[in-house]
Design a protein around this ligand. Structure first.
Ligand code: SF4
Length: 75
């Protein structure tokens, strides 16, 4: 994570990439504080153990196409 020209950039190394708060955009206290200029960030910081982290669980799952066909045909 780093700031440039008043914008906050999150990188793939940051825990934020799988965080529900980041996916929703505005629900992260750290990103809000950085965005509003209440705190500043010099250089690069990787978020690894954030107390506000909420895992973003995916609700989509891969479907086994062959199994579906067997189910449809009652094989
Ligand atoms: S709550 Fe923590 S892990 Fe989640 S987006 Fe904010 S800084 Fe990143």
């Amino acid at each position: 994570m780093y700031c440039e020209d008043g914008k906050v950039f999150v990188e793939k190394e940051d825990q934020c990439m799988s965080c529900k708060n980041f996916k929703k955009g505005v629900e992260c206290p750290l990103l809000q504080a950085l965005g509003l200029g209440m705190v500043s960030l010099d250089g690069v910081m990787y978020v690894t153990n954030c107390g506000f982290y909420l895992e973003n669980k995916r609700h989509l799952k891969l479907v086994d196409h062959d199994e579906e066909i067997k189910d449809e045909k009652n094989i």
